[in-house]
Write a protein that binds this ligand. Sequence first.
Ligand code: CA
Length: 228
Amino acid sequence: MYRILIVEDEESIRKLIKLNLEIEGYEVVEASKGKEALKIFNEQRFDLAILDIMLPEINGFQICEQIRLNNSSIPILMLSAKDSTQDKIHGLKKGADDYLAKPFNLEELLLRIQKLLQRSLPQEKENIDIFTFGENRINLKTYEATGTQGNFVLTNKEAMLLKMLFERKNEVVSRQQILQTVWGYDVYPSTRTIDNFILSFRKYFEKDPKKPEYFHSIRGVGYKLVLD
Ligand code: CA
Protein backbone atom coordinates (compact mmCIF):
# COMPACT_ATOMS: atom_id res chain seq x y z
CA MET A 1 0.00 0.00 0.00
CA TYR A 2 1.26 3.47 -0.87
CA ARG A 3 2.08 5.65 2.15
CA ILE A 4 1.62 9.39 1.86
CA LEU A 5 2.81 12.09 4.24
CA ILE A 6 0.68 15.20 4.30
CA VAL A 7 2.05 18.35 5.91
CA GLU A 8 -0.59 21.05 6.29
CA ASP A 9 -1.34 23.27 9.27
CA GLU A 10 -4.94 24.01 8.36
CA GLU A 11 -6.78 21.18 10.01
CA SER A 12 -9.89 21.27 7.84
CA ILE A 13 -7.87 21.00 4.60
CA ARG A 14 -5.59 18.34 6.08
CA LYS A 15 -8.50 16.20 7.20
CA LEU A 16 -10.28 16.62 3.90
CA ILE A 17 -7.24 15.50 1.88
CA LYS A 18 -6.56 12.65 4.30
CA LEU A 19 -10.10 11.35 4.10
CA ASN A 20 -10.13 11.46 0.31
CA LEU A 21 -6.76 9.75 0.00
CA GLU A 22 -7.89 7.04 2.38
CA ILE A 23 -11.01 6.47 0.33
CA GLU A 24 -8.68 5.95 -2.65
CA GLY A 25 -6.86 3.28 -0.64
CA TYR A 26 -3.75 5.18 0.41
CA GLU A 27 -2.29 5.05 3.89
CA VAL A 28 -1.93 8.62 5.16
CA VAL A 29 0.20 10.11 7.93
CA GLU A 30 -0.42 13.75 8.88
CA ALA A 31 1.78 16.47 10.30
CA SER A 32 0.84 20.07 11.00
CA LYS A 33 4.29 21.54 11.65
CA GLY A 34 7.60 21.46 9.82
CA LYS A 35 9.84 19.97 12.49
CA GLU A 36 7.30 17.30 13.30
CA ALA A 37 7.05 16.50 9.59
CA LEU A 38 10.82 16.05 9.19
CA LYS A 39 10.99 13.84 12.27
CA ILE A 40 8.22 11.60 10.97
CA PHE A 41 9.76 11.56 7.50
CA ASN A 42 13.11 10.40 8.85
CA GLU A 43 11.59 7.66 10.94
CA GLN A 44 9.18 6.13 8.46
CA ARG A 45 8.96 5.15 4.84
CA PHE A 46 6.79 7.13 2.44
CA ASP A 47 5.97 6.89 -1.26
CA LEU A 48 4.94 10.53 -1.65
CA ALA A 49 4.82 13.77 0.32
CA ILE A 50 2.31 16.62 0.07
CA LEU A 51 3.73 19.84 1.48
CA ASP A 52 1.88 23.05 2.19
CA ILE A 53 4.14 26.07 1.79
CA MET A 54 3.00 28.37 4.59
CA LEU A 55 3.64 26.46 7.82
CA PRO A 56 4.74 27.35 11.34
CA GLU A 57 8.48 26.95 12.19
CA ILE A 58 9.82 25.55 8.93
CA ASN A 59 8.03 26.26 5.67
CA GLY A 60 7.26 23.82 2.87
CA PHE A 61 10.21 24.95 0.74
CA GLN A 62 12.62 24.20 3.58
CA ILE A 63 11.04 20.82 4.26
CA CYS A 64 11.35 19.99 0.59
CA GLU A 65 15.01 20.97 0.61
CA GLN A 66 15.71 18.87 3.73
CA ILE A 67 13.98 15.83 2.25
CA ARG A 68 15.98 16.14 -0.97
CA LEU A 69 19.29 16.08 0.92
CA ASN A 70 18.80 12.37 1.56
CA ASN A 71 16.07 11.32 -0.80
CA SER A 72 16.14 12.30 -4.44
CA SER A 73 13.40 9.99 -5.62
CA ILE A 74 10.29 10.45 -3.48
CA PRO A 75 7.63 12.45 -5.37
CA ILE A 76 6.83 15.77 -3.68
CA LEU A 77 3.69 17.77 -4.40
CA MET A 78 3.53 21.30 -3.04
CA LEU A 79 0.37 23.18 -2.11
CA SER A 80 0.21 26.93 -1.98
CA ALA A 81 -2.38 29.44 -0.92
CA LYS A 82 -1.27 31.86 -3.60
CA ASP A 83 -1.31 31.05 -7.25
CA SER A 84 1.97 32.77 -7.82
CA THR A 85 4.41 31.75 -10.51
CA GLN A 86 7.21 32.80 -8.19
CA ASP A 87 6.15 30.25 -5.58
CA LYS A 88 5.84 27.59 -8.20
CA ILE A 89 9.31 28.19 -9.59
CA HIS A 90 10.78 28.36 -6.10
CA GLY A 91 9.12 25.05 -5.16
CA LEU A 92 10.34 23.30 -8.29
CA LYS A 93 13.86 24.65 -7.68
CA LYS A 94 13.84 23.18 -4.18
CA GLY A 95 13.12 19.78 -5.68
CA ALA A 96 9.32 19.51 -5.79
CA ASP A 97 7.86 17.44 -8.62
CA ASP A 98 4.48 19.10 -8.88
CA TYR A 99 2.62 22.11 -7.60
CA LEU A 100 -1.03 22.86 -6.95
CA ALA A 101 -2.52 26.21 -5.94
CA LYS A 102 -5.27 26.49 -3.35
CA PRO A 103 -8.18 26.31 -3.63
CA PHE A 104 -7.76 23.15 -5.66
CA ASN A 105 -10.12 20.61 -7.09
CA LEU A 106 -9.90 17.37 -5.10
CA GLU A 107 -10.20 15.25 -8.19
CA GLU A 108 -7.26 17.06 -9.74
CA LEU A 109 -5.20 16.52 -6.60
CA LEU A 110 -5.96 12.79 -6.66
CA LEU A 111 -5.09 12.50 -10.35
CA ARG A 112 -1.81 14.30 -9.90
CA ILE A 113 -0.91 12.04 -6.98
CA GLN A 114 -1.70 8.98 -9.09
CA LYS A 115 0.53 10.27 -11.90
CA LEU A 116 3.41 11.02 -9.56
CA LEU A 117 3.22 7.57 -8.00
CA GLN A 118 3.12 5.82 -11.37
CA ARG A 119 6.12 7.76 -12.56
CA SER A 120 8.13 6.80 -9.51
CA LEU A 121 7.55 3.05 -9.83
CA PRO A 122 10.89 1.32 -9.41
CA GLN A 123 12.49 0.40 -12.73
CA GLU A 124 14.95 -2.09 -11.34
CA LYS A 125 14.20 -5.62 -10.27
CA GLU A 126 12.40 -5.57 -6.99
CA ASN A 127 14.11 -8.51 -5.32
CA ILE A 128 17.49 -6.73 -5.28
CA ASP A 129 16.50 -5.24 -1.96
CA ILE A 130 15.13 -8.38 -0.39
CA PHE A 131 17.34 -10.26 2.03
CA THR A 132 16.49 -13.56 3.62
CA PHE A 133 18.33 -15.43 6.33
CA GLY A 134 16.95 -18.32 8.37
CA GLU A 135 13.24 -17.69 8.52
CA ASN A 136 13.71 -13.92 8.40
CA ARG A 137 12.95 -11.72 5.45
CA ILE A 138 13.76 -8.05 5.03
CA ASN A 139 12.74 -5.73 2.21
CA LEU A 140 15.10 -2.76 2.28
CA LYS A 141 12.99 -0.86 -0.22
CA THR A 142 9.69 -0.97 1.65
CA TYR A 143 11.21 -1.55 5.13
CA GLU A 144 8.80 -4.46 5.61
CA ALA A 145 10.28 -7.30 7.59
CA THR A 146 9.31 -10.72 8.83
CA GLY A 147 11.12 -11.92 11.92
CA THR A 148 10.65 -14.42 14.70
CA GLN A 149 7.65 -12.47 16.03
CA GLY A 150 5.94 -11.98 12.67
CA ASN A 151 5.61 -9.00 10.33
CA PHE A 152 6.63 -5.47 11.20
CA VAL A 153 8.06 -2.32 9.63
CA LEU A 154 11.65 -1.18 10.19
CA THR A 155 12.56 2.43 10.90
CA ASN A 156 14.72 4.31 8.44
CA LYS A 157 17.84 4.02 10.62
CA GLU A 158 17.25 0.32 11.28
CA ALA A 159 17.04 -0.30 7.54
CA MET A 160 20.23 1.68 6.88
CA LEU A 161 22.14 -0.19 9.54
CA LEU A 162 20.88 -3.57 8.30
CA LYS A 163 21.83 -2.68 4.73
CA MET A 164 25.34 -1.85 5.85
CA LEU A 165 25.68 -5.08 7.82
CA PHE A 166 24.38 -7.11 4.85
CA GLU A 167 26.79 -5.45 2.45
CA ARG A 168 29.63 -6.37 4.77
CA LYS A 169 28.36 -9.69 6.04
CA ASN A 170 30.84 -11.95 7.83
CA GLU A 171 33.15 -8.97 8.34
CA VAL A 172 33.68 -7.03 11.53
CA VAL A 173 32.20 -3.56 11.20
CA SER A 174 33.46 -1.00 13.70
CA ARG A 175 31.17 1.33 15.64
CA GLN A 176 32.98 4.25 14.04
CA GLN A 177 32.20 2.98 10.53
CA ILE A 178 28.57 2.49 11.50
CA LEU A 179 28.33 6.00 12.89
CA GLN A 180 29.79 7.49 9.72
CA THR A 181 27.64 5.48 7.34
CA VAL A 182 24.32 5.48 9.15
CA TRP A 183 24.39 8.76 11.03
CA GLY A 184 26.64 10.75 8.74
CA TYR A 185 26.83 14.37 9.69
CA ASP A 186 23.90 14.21 12.09
CA VAL A 187 24.57 14.68 15.76
CA TYR A 188 26.61 11.63 16.70
CA PRO A 189 24.68 9.27 18.91
CA SER A 190 26.52 7.41 21.66
CA THR A 191 27.82 3.94 20.87
CA ARG A 192 25.15 2.83 23.32
CA THR A 193 22.60 3.77 20.68
CA ILE A 194 24.13 1.32 18.23
CA ASP A 195 24.15 -1.35 20.93
CA ASN A 196 20.43 -0.78 21.35
CA PHE A 197 19.84 -1.20 17.61
CA ILE A 198 21.70 -4.52 17.69
CA LEU A 199 19.66 -5.61 20.72
CA SER A 200 16.50 -4.82 18.74
CA PHE A 201 17.75 -6.80 15.73
CA ARG A 202 18.34 -9.80 17.98
CA LYS A 203 14.81 -9.51 19.34
CA TYR A 204 13.41 -9.26 15.82
CA PHE A 205 15.46 -11.93 14.08
CA GLU A 206 17.13 -14.31 16.51
CA LYS A 207 15.46 -17.47 17.77
CA ASP A 208 17.23 -16.92 21.08
CA PRO A 209 18.29 -13.26 21.43
CA LYS A 210 20.65 -14.23 24.28
CA LYS A 211 22.55 -16.64 22.03
CA PRO A 212 22.70 -14.79 18.73
CA GLU A 213 23.26 -16.80 15.60
CA TYR A 214 23.48 -13.80 13.23
CA PHE A 215 24.12 -10.53 15.07
CA HIS A 216 27.40 -10.89 16.95
CA SER A 217 29.15 -8.30 19.11
CA ILE A 218 32.90 -8.21 18.80
CA ARG A 219 34.06 -6.88 22.13
CA GLY A 220 35.77 -3.51 21.94
CA VAL A 221 35.51 -3.33 18.14
CA GLY A 222 32.03 -3.52 16.73
CA TYR A 223 29.67 -6.00 15.16
CA LYS A 224 29.53 -8.84 12.71
CA LEU A 225 26.55 -10.19 10.81
CA VAL A 226 27.25 -13.88 10.34
CA LEU A 227 25.50 -15.47 7.36
CA ASP A 228 26.26 -18.66 5.44
CA1 CA B 1 -0.70 26.75 5.65
